[in-house]
Ligand binder design. Structure first.
Ligand code: NAD
Ligand code: UD1
Length: 339
């Protein structure tokens, strides 16, 4: 496979994946409506790789936008990052989430089919496991029990993809269930740039470090874990980006539909993450303990055996690397991608 259409390619995970693809000499075409990213990301991608991906400002819900791309480029594979991802917002605006994420994916798949493009990689999430009965989770664990519409869009799209693979054997589909991507490109030129107050742990911590927030609120220290805080499987965004290359190679074997968890296999608590950032910072980071956040599960981390065996994916970076690179990005770009 040579030419990859990356939807949502100017976003956080998409941009890091585009860098990885360009460095490996894939041709990259991006479609993004810039609802949660900036065009300036393209300059940063070019600075890092020496190449500028072809960019279409457009929407995956627009058949016209998609057809233009499929007519003008010979696409071999689509990676679908485009989607809305804020958990709290999805509770307030479920219809927007179902329309953007699910309808968007359906339109994209229909237009792929019409244009004879049958390789698809989907950004799913560990959230599809709900509150797992035990950890580590593997890909055979039951899915369901999502606690918010965002998570439910992932669950429904996975189901649509399974049904599509049965009905249309020409499709080859890789569902990637990401655990908690954090960190940034080691150059400090690309990273996570959330709008408003960050919902997620790592960008909240780096905003405290840069003086934009007063202190971290730790959501509960009375969970049944060694230090009382929740446990997650944090994965460096550059490792995650590489996971997509492994998925592309897998699709060349025409496997039908395949599912992989992408994580490191190591569970880290909120305090472990805080301490990793303190190491990068060289001083303490202010925090206080706040009540539990609704919908949080005690622990979720993955088994890595299936991805290692079947697609050769193993994460290289640890949480100290993730903290160092996230901090390097934030301190060089205190206001994200703003000029
Ligand atoms: P992001 O918001 O940074 O990137 C998504 C990109 O898609 C943005 O650039 C946005 O402008 C674009 N977009 C949204 N709707 C679109 C549409 N209809 N048409 C065209 N472009 C559109 O998010 P991210 O963190 O890079 O996540 C990428 C994907 O991975 C998402 O589907 C997300 O749900 C999934 N995911 C993310 C995480 C995480 O922790 N970041 C975890 C699991 C899964
Ligand atoms: C959340 C979403 C998940 C989504 C993922 C990436 C929920 C329930 N889950 O995962 O669906 O795929 O983000 O967008 O929202 N924490 C603090 N203080 C903070 C922020 C977070 O203590 O200010 C804690 C949380 O309680 C949690 C851990 O840090 O224990 C990680 O939180 P977060 O980064 O939001 O990720 P998840 O909740 O795992």
């Amino acid at each position: 496979m040579k030419t990859i259409l990356v939807t949502g390619g100017t976003g956080y995970i998409g941009s890091h994946t585009v860098v990885e693809l360009l460095n490996l000499n894939y041709e990259v075409v991006i479609i993004d409506n810039l609802s949660n990213s900036k065009e300036m990301v393209l300059d940063r991608i070019e600075k890092i790789t020496g190449k500028r991906p072809k960019f279409y400002k457009g929407d995956i819900r627009s058949r016209e936008d998609l057809n233009k791309i499929f007519k003008e480029n010979k696409i071999d594979c689509v990676i679908n990052f485009a989607g809305l991802k804020a958990v709290g917002e999805s509770v307030r605006m479920p219809l927007e989430y179902y329309e953007n994420n699910i309808y968007g994916a359906v339109v994209l798949l229909e237009e792929m089919k019409k244009n004879g493009v049958f390789n698809f990689i989907f950004s799913s999430s560990a959230t599809v496991y709900g509150d797992p009965a035990s950890v580590p989770v593997d890909e055979t664990f039951p899915t369901g029990g999502t606690t918010n519409p965002y998570g439910t869009t992932k669950l429904f799209i996975e189901r649509i993809l399974q049904d599509l693979a049965v009905a249309e054997p020409e499709f080859n589909i890789c569902i990637l269930r990401y655990f908690n991507p954090i960190g940034a490109h080691p150059s400090g030129l690309m990273g996570e740039d959330p709008n408003g107050i960050p919902n997620n742990l790592a960008p909240y911590i780096t905003q405290v470090m840069v003086g934009k927030r007063e202190k971290l609120n730790i959501f509960g220290d009375d969970y049944d874990t060694p230090d009382g805080t929740c446990i997650r499987d944090y994965i460096h965004v550059c490792d995650l980006a590489y996971g997509h290359v492994c998925a592309i190679k897998k699709l060349e074997e025409k496997p039908g539909v395949v599912v992989y968890n992408l994580g490191t296999g190591k569970g880290s608590s909120v305090f472990d993450i805080l301490h990793a950032f303190e190491k990068a910072y060289g001083k303490p980071i202010p925090y206080s303990v706040a009540p539990r956040r609704a919908g949080d599960v005690t622990a979720n981390y993955t088994k890595v055996d299936k991805a290692a065996k079947e697609i050769g994916f193993t994460a290289k970076y640890n949480i100290e690397d993730m903290a160092r690179d996230a901090w390097n990005w934030q301190k060089n770009n205190p206001n994200g991608y703003e000029e």
